[in-house]
Design a protein around this ligand. Structure first.
Ligand SMILES: Nc1ncnc2c1ncn2[C@@H]1O[C@H](COP(=O)(O)OP(=O)(O)OP(=O)(O)O)[C@@H](O)[C@H]1O
Length: 261
């Protein structure tokens, strides 16, 4: 597990997100328990774990909309939730947040104006998310997959440096899922940092690094290869089960230089 000095070394290596000793309760229930981690810049980091393990809570904390009990979260060198991060961090929640009575283009034009992003951004994000053929349609008439792509397009307005995506592929058919992961990879290639949650272990192999969560704690923070090696399996789902069986996690975060692209 990452300890305080590891997280500090994340700062030294220019991590996009550094979480140190984070404790979060929701209601009276502790949901995140002494979490420390770093998300390297320009990489796709998969946040995986069963339902209720705390993925959404961690993402909310990173984008600055979650009350936290203690600990620190730095995003792009400043505290999470700082106003200046509004344009630099994009967040897509599990529920598509679009106006059904506006067209795709009108939705994006509206969010573009609120954000103060350049007018040309609307066409750019429509193209990037392959929404051109439905741009003139009311969002309410779109399929679930198309609607979630509109949310993603909205998050790409202003070209954020960090994208936090909560289960972006849930409910999508395999073809769309592959397409979306292709888009994530091209964004990372352009330098965007992506934190992507999923409970589909299959998607883990598409990430540069994995954070495996269970019951509000990290079971692993490593490259895909590292997770597989240390658990002696060739399957992330099996690796996850083995880590649970072991109880005491023995994975140490690997240095960023070891992460394969
Ligand atoms: N508004 C809330 N009030 C109280 N407890 C909550 C609230 N939202 C979530 N929780 C609890 O916090 C824990 C973590 O929830 P969270 O949504 O972060 O998990 P998750 O890993 O994202 O789950 P999923 O994959 O189902 O989205 C769960 O036990 C959940 O019941």
């Amino acid at each position: 597990m990452m300890n305080k000095s590891d997280a500090a070394s994340g700062a030294a290596s220019g991590a996009a997100v550094i979480v140190e000793q984070l404790h979060v309760k929701r209601g009276r229930v502790p949901v995140l328990d002494d979490l420390s981690l770093a998300v390297p810049r320009g990489r796709i980091v998969g946040l995986l774990g069963p339902s209720g393990s705390g993925k959404t809570t961690l993402m909310r904390a990173i984008v600055g909309v979650q009350v936290v009990q203690s600990g620190t979260i730095e995003v792009l060198g400043v505290p999470a939730g700082t106003r200046a991060l509004r344009k630099r961090v994009g967040y897509v929640t599990q529920q598509a947040s679009v106006y059904d009575d506006l067209t795709v283009r009108q939705n994006l034009a509206y969010f573009r104006r609120i954000l103060g992003a350049p007018a040309s951004d609307v066409d750019r994000v429509i193209e990037r998310t392959d929404l051109g053929s439905v741009a003139a349609r009311l969002a309410g008439s779109l399929s679930g997959g198309q609607r979630s792509r509109v949310s993603l397009a909205a998050a790409l307005l202003g070209t954020p440096e960090v994208l936090v995506l909560d289960e972006p592929t849930v409910g999508l058919d395999p073809v769309l899922r592959v397409e979306l992961w292709g888009l994530f990879r091209s964004l990372a290639d352009d330098g965007t940092t992506l934190l992507v949650s999923s409970h589909v272990m299959d998607e883990a192999k598409r990430c540069d690094r994995l954070l495996l969560m269970r019951d509000g704690a990290l079971l692993a923070d490593d490259t895909v290869r590292g997770v597989l090696e240390v658990t002696g399996t060739d399957d992330v789902e099996q690796a996850f089960l083995r880590l649970i069986e072991r109880g005491e996690p023995d994975l140490r975060p690997r240095l960023e230089t070891e992460a394969p692209r």
